[in-house]
Design a protein around this ligand. Sequence first.
Ligand code: ARG
Length: 463
Amino acid sequence: MALWSGRFEEGVSEFTQRFGASLPVDKALYAQDIAGSKAHSAMLANQGVISQEDKEQIHQGLDAIQKRIEAGDFVWDINNEDIHMSVESELIAAIGDAGARLHTGRSRNDQVCTDTRLYAKQRAKDLMAANLSLREALLDQAQKHFDVVLPGYTHLQHAQPVLFSHHMLAYVWMLTRDFHRLEEAMNAADANPLGSAALAGTTYPLDRFQTAETLGFSRVIPNSLDAVSDRDFLLDLMYACSVSCIHLSRLCEEIILWSTSEFGFVTLSDSFSTGSSIMPQKKNPDFAELIRGKSGRVVGDLVALLVTMKSLPLAYNKDLQEDKEGAIDAAKTLEDCYVCAAGMISTMTIHPDAMMAQTKKGYLEATDLADYLAKKGLPFRKAHEVSGHLVLLCEKRGCTLADLTLDDLKAECDLFESDVAAVLDLRSIAAARTTYGGTGNEAVKVQLQEALAAFEADSAKLG
Ligand code: ARG
């Protein structure tokens, strides 16, 4: 019989028991549940609501249960709907009346969100650590191949030459923002709902600030109705996970493209590739594809809870039981994606020659040719047109801008002189973009220092 069975004459069917249970999902929160119960019972004893002896027995009983769970000796029984009732009924079976006093002044409604908040805080922190490993892998590649030049793209068409390190750092900054979003999610979870009881608080002299301190919550939720029905912190966590997964999908998309025969910019290590069961020559970027694909389920997790929350009246409703599965999944999926991406990035081989070869195609010098004329006094719009004509000439001749002679250039505009050769060098073109945040070597050095400093500062937050 369930712990709440007093007012019932019949039990639920086996099907509804299973349908209503959250145990298969929330047993992942056993450590948080036990920590919450220890904090609650210690506070009850300090406030004189239960005796110190009861509290001692409760703590010993809970520690024994935790050991059994961790040793795999705990028998999970679906008749105990969720982790809260599983632990509590086991405790009562083991220690009797002292165990039956644990739930004084408490409801599963404040218990479940206490557990979930503790869990969300921990998982956000785990993800922040995994985020740093991927940033480190990208930063390493950026440093190792600092000077390598590749075509920068817009519309997936060759645009202007950029440094490989600049390209890698773009992802480092995305991930730096993701770290801060995870940190925000951790802070959102960092508030104590315990002591709100079912919805309205309780008549016992509970000290919610004491349990907050014991559990490491930095603040106490000021409204009991809000406390038991708020799941924003899970939405925040899943939003942070979703955005980061989207960033990973963009990174992986580029890795997939770059490892095609058409690009040949990178080769993935064998340990992050798979073969084909029919085509012996194949080496597929499966793991990059899988990371790209996993973004779908994480965004789905977020959307599922958003829709579950929509129109929910105060305070606790059983709908809220749907909150944990997606959140657990989103965090686990992102964590795995971070680990996989870090391994893949740190072991991939870069092919600078293939990157450089591509910069020779697609007239990447055209903007600089126009800038050359504009710097000699021709209005930029006119200079743009001259450069466009020269591109057209190259198209017709089947040559590159660098192949044109000074006479060819002069025929289009007499401002061209022999010093134009210097602006047509692709490395110099990249290097000349010295604006803060630009791809010029000096600017990227500054940027790299900033990215490393942000990495150090974020690492320090995790202690
Ligand atoms: N298993 C429930 C959940 O995950 C715990 C809270 C249940 N409270 C209730 N009054 N039925 O949300």
